[in-house]
Design a protein around this ligand. Structure first.
Ligand SMILES: N[C@@H](CCC(=O)N[C@@H](CS)C(=O)NCC(=O)O)C(=O)O
Length: 203
């Protein structure tokens, strides 16, 4: 049994999709980050970076805490034997694109979200993060023109990028003022991932 510590937000969905994909049994515990529960000393022993999501796997040999979304996805893939090649070039390729999805797209879009929604605009910031978001979506479009999913077969590499792209592609296109063109490969991929039963269950 796995305990899933979370609060609704962008990273919550990524971990939840993988919990559903893995087939592992889990229970959900809310950590209300609006009330500061992420700083509770008991929670800091699970997630020392005071963020959600985190999991604790209650195994026969003891509890295994895991924090950071990318690490949670790798852990669940290894435990379940799903969505990550066991070795070789395919494995490191999936990990590289997983990190790109959490750190690249997943790192840039919340910044854009923050600056674009400020009542008082900070000169240059929206343009800077929009330019980077357009670049990242162009990288993704090029990749998906040549493959059905980011690493060929559907894998943990798709999950973070899917969550961020599904939520943000339209807004980045609007903010870019025409600099982000049509993205037919991304659009096809978004539909394919959204249609997966585990993704639907995760909500
Ligand atoms: N690098 C972390 C980021 C997680 C993150 O930013 N979580 C946010 C919610 S989506 C959070 O816990 N915020 C609470 C806080 O900053 O105190 C990951 O990928 O898991």
């Amino acid at each position: 049994m796995i305990t899933f510590y979370t609060y609704p937000g962008p990273n919550h969905r990524k971990a939840r999709i993988m919990l559903e994909e893995s087939g592992e049994a889990y229970e959900t515990r809310t950590v209300d980050i609006t009330k500061g529960e992420q700083f509770d000393p008991a929670y800091l022993r699970i997630s020392p970076n005071n963020k959600v999501p985190a999991i604790v796997d209650h195994t026969a040999s003891g509890d295994v805490p895991v924090f950071e979304t990318a690490a949670i996805l790798i852990y669940l893939a290894e435990k379940s034997g799903r969505l990550l090649p066991a070795s070789g070039a395919g494995r490191i390729d999936a990990i590289a694109w997983l990190v790109w999805g959490t750190g690249g797209i997943g790192g840039t879009l919340p910044q854009l979200h923050h600056y674009a929604d400020l009542a008082q605009q900070v000169p240059g910031t929206v343009e800077r993060f929009t330019t980077e978001a357009v670049r990242l979506f162009n990288v993704l479009e090029r990749r998906l023109k040549e493959r059905e999913y980011i690493c060929g077969d559907y894998s943990i590499a798709d999950i973070p990028s899917f969550c961020s792209t599904a939520g943000w592609l339209g807004r980045v296109r609007d903010l870019s003022g025409g600099k982000l063109g049509e993205t037919p490969a991304i659009d096809r991929w978004l539909k394919a991932v959204a249609a997966r039963p585990a993704v639907k269950r995760a909500g």
